[in-house]
Design a protein around this ligand. Structure first.
Ligand code: AMP
Ligand code: ZN
Length: 472
């Protein structure tokens, strides 16, 4: 298989350090709020890579951290050690302890993770449970001469690490772009390893250290925990493109300066998800969570399908109509597999040589696509081509189920019941009647549908059909 490596800026042949074992790390969520569908585009990328590596016979030790301290309100593009702690800020706003906030949003995160059928990582270490590992790592850096003190914390001296920033183009590093920088920093690119608690007032999350009471910087947790669970050198590190400029260069610098060994072989970065062509943000109210989509009647599998339609290195634009189209496509696939499964197993005729060769061709092309830097849009194109071919339904469904080990679309096993053709037609008829202003007749159709166990919900993108709870 081949994958784009941000270090070399090229698609490279994937050669693990210790095949067939692979160590992989994804920068996980900061658990001060609900994760949004942009975050999940990145976690899906991790899941797809994991599934493709598995399909290639590798055995993956997959680590994803939970950031529950130290991620400050300065943005990820160089200001991450300025501002307030996101956890403590959320705790104040929600009037509960920072630990309760972390626990609550971690649970919500895992529920969404399962809804989207993401394979759970082998370990999900928390920053607050690895304070001593972080302190030990900073001590190593201090022994090696990379650490200096300012009034608000201990900093990494990037000038002493000549290879600093090899992952990002230096112009991208925007230290101090948004908030006041610490003027005692020797260089704007230097970053906090340990921050001191404020002189007045106490933090809820703080620990003793050789340098004074405080808390770890945001970057150090990823180095400490990835190396604890995966070793000082490992294969894959993944995150979204914003982390390529600062967080990941910082991880590399502090890890390699401590161990004097190469930290990670392949750096994989996913492009951002946009909403209606722009950035997602709380102030615009478009930072949708997975459950927001469910409330509008969409299935998480529709969202999962939507992510597959755009290559991970291109930005993807989320719109409600794109989601509706993705869900229709998923419905079709799922309905097809369920239909084939429900048919009595007829005595299967042997596939003719010609059809066998054809099917083999589709399988090869699908594999080639996904093994070539995760070209899932191409894989989907091969899939639809296969479905339109003259191969018998049974073999089509069989092939789809094999591919679904990698797509993760829960085909044929989703607990969502496919909508029967008859009910779909009734819904279309009702729409048509409503368009013509015949609301009484439209309502009669609705009542008929409900008798059959289905309801229609009018959403912002049109009517959606849902199974009535408690009906067989
Ligand atoms: P955070 O919880 O803010 O630390 O972000 C968690 C992960 O989601 C990080 O890898 C971010 O880079 C990534 N991320 C944030 N916003 C987006 C977005 N709009 N699209 C894709 N990934 C994102
Ligand atoms: Zn990280």
């Amino acid at each position: 298989m081949r994958i784009y490596n941000s270090l070399s800026r090229q698609v490279e042949e994937f050669v693990p350090l210790f095949a067939p074992k692979i160590g992989m790390y994804t920068c996980g969520p900061t658990v001060y709020r609900y994760a949004h569908i942009g975050n999940f585009r990145t976690y899906i990328l991790g899941d797809l890579l994991l599934r493709v590596m598995r399909a290639n016979g590798y055995d993956i030790n997959y680590v994803m951290n939970i950031t529950d301290v130290g991620h400050l309100t300065g943005d990820n593009l160089g200001d991450a050690d300025a501002g307030d702690d996101r956890m403590e800020e959320a705790a104040k706003k929600e009037r509960r302890s920072a630990y309760d906030v972390a626990k609550f949003y971690t649970q919500q995160f895992l529920a969404d993770f399962d809804r989207l059928n993401l394979i759970r990582p082998t370990v999900m270490p928390k920053a607050t449970e690895h304070i001593s590992e972080q302190i030990t790592l900073i001590q190593k850096l201090e022994t090696n001469g990379f650490v200096y003190r300012t009034s608000d914390g201990m900093y990494f001296d990037t000038a002493k690490w000549p290879r600093y920033g090899e992952l990002s183009t230096l112009g991208e590093i925007q230290a101090g772009a948004r908030v006041e920088v610490n003027r005692q920093k020797k260089n704007p690119k230097d970053f906090a390893l340990w921050k001191f608690s404020p002189a007045v007032g106490r933090r809820e999350m703080e620990w003793d250290s050789p340098w004074g009471i405080g808390f770890p910087g945001w970057h150090i947790e990823c180095s400490a925990m990835s190396m604890k669970y995966l070793g000082e050198s490992f294969d894959v590190h993944l995150g979204a493109e914003d982390l390529r400029s600062t967080h990941h260069p910082n991880e590399i610098a502090q890890s390699e300066a401590a161990t004097r060994k190469p930290f990670v072989k392949y750096w994989v970065h996913g492009a951002f998800l946009l909403v209606d062509g722009g950035r997602m943000s709380k102030s615009l109210g478009n930072n949708y969570a997975v459950t927001d989509l469910a409330e509008k009647g969409f299935s998480p599998m529709g969202l999962r399908y939507l992510y597959l339609t755009v290559h991970y290195r291109s930005q993807q634009n989320f719109t409600w109509s794109a989601l509706a189209a993705a869900e229709t496509a998923w419905d079709k696939l799922n309905g097809f597999v369920q239909e084939v499964k429900s048919k009595k197993q007829e005595a299967r005729s042997q596939l003719s040589r010609e059809k066998l060769r054809k099917l083999d061709g589709y399988r090869k092309r699908f594999e080639q696509a996904i093994n070539d830097d995760l070209q899932f849009p191409q894989g989907l194109a091969v899939m639809w081509e296969m479905l339109k071919s003259n191969i018998p339904d049974y073999d089509k469904a069989d092939t789809l189920l094999d591919w679904d080990q990698i797509l993760g679309l829960k085909l044929g096993i989703s607990d969502e019941v496919p909508v029967p053709q008859e009910v779909r037609e009734m819904a279309a008829q009702r729409e048509e009647l409503r368009r013509k202003g015949k609301f009484v007749e439209a309502d009669e159709v609705r009542v008929k549908m409900e008798k059959l166990g289905w309801k229609v919900e009018d959403t912002i993108i049109g009517a959606k059909i849902k199974k009535l709870i408690g009906r067989g």
